[in-house]
Write a protein of this length. Structure first.
Length: 159
């Protein structure tokens, strides 16, 4: 297994074990992370996001497959099952992740998933009706960003 694939496997194994500290240690100090809910996190923010999400999750289960890595790049597919915290609705999110590595750590991490499918599961009728619109995506991003900033304010190690 390549060093890139080993690091991706370590990252998702830690995720399965809700070990946010190991997940954060997989990131480069100049890391960049993005997904449809958190489009532009940098530095310590990705680690803070995973900690926040894992500490607030009540019934998260995660699987990962198709780990690949070579020449400073990598990818994986992962699926998460969890109740969405704001509604209690069950979500089964299917995510494709892309990675770039620097100094043996994750430097750039991009998660791709169908936001409309996620919003239908997480939000019900509002997600079905508005999940395809920039309005709802922007609202979710704003709320997620505000929640992360409140979390970081309570944890000065992420400042």
């Amino acid at each position: 297994m390549s060093p890139e694939a080993e690091l991706i496997t370590r990252f998702y194994t830690a995720f399965q074990q809700k070990d946010w500290a190991t997940m954060a240690a997989c990131y480069h100090p100049d890391a960049q992370f993005g997904d449809p809910a958190f489009p532009d996190l940098r530095g310590k923010q990705p680690g803070a996001m995973w900690r926040m999400l894992l500490e607030s999750s009540t019934a998260l289960t995660l699987t990962f497959t198709d780990v690949q890595g070579a020449n400073g790049r990598g990818s994986a597919h992962w699926e998460a099952h969890y109740p969405f915290s704001q509604t209690g609705r069950q979500v089964h999110n299917r995510i494709d992740a892309e990675f770039e590595f620097k100094d043996g750590l994750i430097w750039r991490h991009r998660d791709h998933f169908d936001f409309w499918a996620w919003s239908r599961m997480a939000l019900g009728a509002p997600g079905l009706l508005l999940g395809w619109t920039p309005f709802l995506r922007n609202k979710v991003q704003r709320m997620a960003g505000e929640r992360l900033q409140r979390f970081i304010a309570k944890h000065p190690e992420y400042a």
